[in-house]
Design a binder for this molecule. Structure first.
Ligand SMILES: Cc1cc2nc3c(=O)[nH]c(=O)nc-3n(C[C@H](O)[C@H](O)[C@H](O)COP(=O)(O)OP(=O)(O)OC[C@H]3O[C@@H](n4cnc5c(N)ncnc54)[C@H](O)[C@@H]3O)c2cc1C
Length: 400
């Protein structure tokens, strides 16, 4: 049984924010979801996260458990096993996974549920969705999205992977880079050119490629600065033949699908980043209130207090921007400007927060054994992946 249904029936008790302090963007249902994710983080992520960091991936039984709790179907219809909630529910999930202090777990789960499978949900046929969505939502099939290439990151139009139509199928040749869940996924949503000479924005198409398809290989597992428990890989396609039923949407519509789905991805990253930032401030607060220097806790130093207070204010501002952008996106209006602001602002802010929190931990902040050290490494990619700050600011500037 889908556990978000339990949330609706009130069976899973508990709320996090007292009603009088609840943001108008969030309903009681959101708050109960928040309580449920928070409980999962405390009991099933935090005790094991370090072991997953060591082994380099999140175990499949944990992802299945998240599926069984309903975390992978928050936005998807009940007929596939989802709970049909809104963009703000995704924000709740991302904020709370971000607060876990294990951002690699957050990204493993959120790439699957919010960034990869959304390609199938939005562009797939009923037959494609009936086949895959229930297992995706249950966490039985894990997904990845493969857009980036060695020579095409920020510039999506520069993609060179090519899918040639051949009878009742397509033959894909090319390479992908930095693919999250790349090692352990079962189903990959792959962007490829289907027209070598057309306008780049009308030449891309999305395809589904199953692991094990001849001609498709997972290349190197990439060794990263942070997100150590999120598996990241290079992918290769050498004459990889897939049936025409594995095309997602019409030929030439891939670029628009990628741009549209980026909106959800960027809100999700912004929300995760603000969860990370809040957790960092909380644990730094605990540290400076107990750590003594010059005869008094560090918290007695005005400069430390005020810098932490200002960071807390900025994070609340960042969260408010995330919530507003998610609400706007949910209204069906074009929120590209606000979403790009979210990605730019939150991606930079989480790094500012981490820098200062490491500073206030002193030498301990530089030690592998401290949580803040891991968190500062994990945060570093938040202003690069899913749209680098400079690219996001150009999107904002274009709309000013
Ligand atoms: C850990 C990790 C996981 C990832 N997961 C995925 C995934 O699952 N699927 C996927 O498809 N991709 C994934 N990516 C790719 C990610 O989205 C790209 O790294 C990102 O879009 C930047 O592309 P790039 O690395 O090629 O940098 P480039 O495009 O080469 O840019 C390098 C830098 O130049 C600057 N820059 C770029 N363009 C401009 C501009 N117009 N104006 C000014 N400055 C600019 C920015 O500072 C940027 O960081 C992942 C990346 C990482 C690191």
């Amino acid at each position: 049984m889908n556990k978000i249904a339990d949330i609706r029936s009130g069976e899973v008790a508990g709320e996090v924010t007292p009603p009088a302090r609840r943001s108008p963007y969030f309903s009681q249902e959101h708050e109960i979801l928040r309580a449920q994710v928070r409980r999962f983080v405390e009991t099933e992520i935090k005790p094991h996260g370090l072991a997953w960091e060591e082994q380099g991936y999140v175990p499949r039984d944990v992802l299945r458990r998240m599926g069984s709790l309903g975390f992978f179907g928050i936005r998807y219809p009940e007929r596939y096993g989802g709970s049909d909630m809104d963009a703000l529910a995704t924000v709740v999930l991302a904020e709370e996974l971000g607060r876990s202090t294990f951002s690699g777990v957050a990204t493993t789960a959120l790439v699957h549920s919010e960034m990869a499978s959304i390609h199938l949900f939005r562009a797939g046929t009923e037959a494609q969705k009936d086949k895959w969505m229930p297992r995706i939502i249950a966490g039985e099939v894990i997904t990845a999205v493969a857009v980036t290439e060695p020579d095409a990151g920020s510039d999506v139009k520069a993609i060179r992977t090519f899918a040639r139509r051949d009878g009742d199928g397509y033959v894909i040749d090319g390479a992908k880079m930095f693919i999250t869940n790349g090692v352990h996924a079962d189903l990959y949503f792959v962007a490829a050119k289907t027209d070598r000479n057309g306008r780049p924005s009308r030449s891309l198409t999305m395809f589904m490629v199953e692991k094990g398809t001849p001609g498709f290989t997972v290349g190197r597992t990439l060794d990263k600065h942070g997100w150590r428990c999120s598996d990241t890989a290079e992918l290769r396609f050498d004459g990889c033949r897939i049936p025409v039923e594995h095309r997602l949407g019409e030929e030439g519509k891939g670029f628009y699908a990628i741009m549209q789905n980026f909106q959800n991805e960027r809100i999700t990253i912004g929300a995760t980043a603000m969860g990370e930032a809040r957790a960092a401030i909380d644990l730094t607060l605990d540290y400076v209130k107990t750590r003594k220097a010059f005869g008094a806790p560090l918290w007695e130093r005005e400069t430390i207090r005020q810098r932490l207070a200002m960071l807390a204010a900025k994070v609340e501002a960042g969260r408010a921007l995330v919530h507003h952008a998610a609400w706007l996106a949910g209204q069906g209006v074009d929120a590209t400007k606000e979403v790009s602001m979210v990605k730019a602002y939150c991606g930079e802010l989480v790094n500012e927060v981490m820098y200062n929190c490491v500073q206030f931990h002193g030498g301990m902040g530089f030690m592998r054994e401290s949580t803040i050290e891991r968190m500062s490494r994990d945060a570093r990619v938040q202003n690069i992946g899913g749209g680098a700050t400079e690219v996001m600011l150009e999107e904002v500037a274009k709309r000013m």
